[in-house]
Design a protein. Structure first.
Length: 94
């Protein structure tokens, strides 16, 4: 998710399931590049697709997003707790 284009694709798919062509219309990259990003997102389980005639419609897996959110919530909780402890310790030093 560090790649800005992938984040943009995920944000688009959170808002609305879409085809490669629909996504590519909104981004400054080719349909082929969008497909490559989608395949990577699919390979890690963040995105799924379904057939719709001759097109594939991609959507974000909400369960996968929940796992990512839980990870970052836990990460920030630990980080803030460490910061709080460090701040309290520095109060005691002149």
């Amino acid at each position: 998710m560090a790649e800005p284009t992938r984040r943009a694709i995920v944000e688009r798919l959170v808002a609305e399931p879409s085809s490669v062509s629909d996504i590519a219309r909104e981004l400054p990259i080719s349909r082929s590049a969008v497909s490559q990003h989608l395949q990577l997102l699919k390979s890690v389980g963040l995105v799924h697709d379904r057939a719709d005639g001759t097109r594939r419609i991609y959507h974000v897996d909400p369960d996968a997003l929940a796992i990512i959110r839980a990870y970052f919530d836990s990460f920030w909780q630990r980080s803030l707790e460490s910061f709080r402890k460090a701040a309290e310790q520095s109060k005691g030093t002149p």
